[in-house]
Write a protein that binds this ligand. Structure first.
Ligand code: SF4
Length: 353
């Protein structure tokens, strides 16, 4: 039988049979759909690679709606790689406060410093060069290279994996690195000239049509080639996630007159370099907490409240026992009248009464 691009061909693919995807039956309708339905997002109104780079870093593990609030003020405060390179760590973390995953902000700044020193302030223009920037992985380098410079590389993130796994009824565990690599290799020849639109189309299709729980297959531009549409939620295949380790913490909210105690965290480890209310590992009893406060921070006038808060990080959970004290005297200078000028992670802010 004569083969052409409009005919479903059979081929071996990851050890199973699929409809062959081509630019004609897959990439073209996807990009056409994108042009008609793309979301109006602040970082889509610029061609500045730095601004797009910032958006891609912010979007890692963070929802579009959350990023929208932070993106414009951040770009206004740090409009260039040079401006961000020269920012103090506190200015940087303050602007990032609330977005979480603060390591991203520090890596972003280090990448900008690298651009200033190694690239003479000129933003790298290829995926290969971009991937050499500090903290930049395959996904981000491909996203920026395709969106800014139309380099024909796929940006494989969760949305892409979900859509592609459904379209091809992929039986492999998408949490495995080798599956992601295979998907990347299979998508590579499908990336059209309009590479930026192709990759952004996946992002929009994944967030509006090929939804995790209730995909709207009747509106999907890929429905004619999708093998998984009759049972879409069976894909992507994911191995059962391991439980995250949970840790107990004690947090002290200490008031002295109109001031509150905050301490700078160590320069390494989780939430490095940020500020936090005094805290330590484990749950202290009331008597133990009072003794700890009196030894390190000042004389206790009253223990006014005690409650529990929980915070879920990517890899761990904190179950925090919070004590609120008022002090009659202090033995440290770590008390400030206004905490809004300090970068304090959400995990601690939620401990305030
Ligand atoms: S047809 Fe349905 S399952 Fe397939 S890609 Fe489109 S929305 Fe997803």
């Amino acid at each position: 039988m004569k083969q052409n691009f409009f005919m479903f061909a059979k081929s071996t693919y990851f050890g199973y049979t699929k409809h062959m995807l081509t630019q004609q039956n897959f990439s073209k309708p996807l990009v056409a759909w994108y042009k008609q339905h793309k979301r109006d997002l602040p970082w889509r109104n610029t061609k500045d690679p730095y601004a797009i780079f910032v958006s891609e870093i912010m979007l890692q593990q963070t929802r579009v709606e959350a990023v929208k609030k932070y993106y414009a003020p951040f770009i206004q405060k740090f409009p260039t790689t040079k401006a961000l390179s020269n920012a103090s760590q506190e200015e940087l973390l303050r602007a990032w406060q609330g977005l979480g995953y603060y390591r991203r902000a520090k890596n972003l700044q280090r990448a900008c410093m690298q651009i200033e020193t190694e690239y003479n302030g000129q933003f790298p223009t290829t995926q290969k060069e971009l991937s050499l920037l500090y903290g930049v992985g395959l996904y981000t380098s491909c996203a920026v290279a395709s969106i800014c410079f139309n380099e024909r590389v796929p940006a494989v993130d969760g949305n892409v994996l979900r859509v592609f796994a459904r379209v091809t009824a992929l039986p492999d565990n998408v949490l495995l690195e080798k599956t992601k690599q295979n998907v990347y290799q299979q998508l590579l020849p499908l990336v059209p000239k309009e590479a930026g639109s192709f990759n952004q189309a996946f992002m929009d299709l994944g967030s509006s049509i090929c939804l995790p729980a209730n995909p709207l297959c009747q509106h999907c531009p890929l429905a004619s080639v999708c093998k998984g549409k009759h049972n879409p939620t069976a894909f992507p295949v994911r191995e059962k996630k391991q439980n995250k380790p949970a840790f107990h913490k004690t947090v002290a909210i200490l008031y002295y007159k109109d001031a509150i105690c905050i301490e700078k965290r160590k320069d390494d480890g989780l939430l490095a370099g940020m500020y936090a209310f005094p805290n330590l590992d484990g749950w202290l009893t009331e008597a133990e907490a009072t003794a700890w406060v009196e030894k390190n921070f000042g004389d206790v006038q009253a223990l006014t409240q005690q409650y529990h808060k929980k915070h879920i990080f990517t890899h761990q959970i904190w179950n925090m026992r919070v004590y609120v004290f008022t002090l009659s005297s202090i033995k440290t200078t770590s008390f400030v009248p206004d905490i809004s000028a300090y970068p304090i992670p959400t995990a601690f802010l939620k401990c305030l009464p």
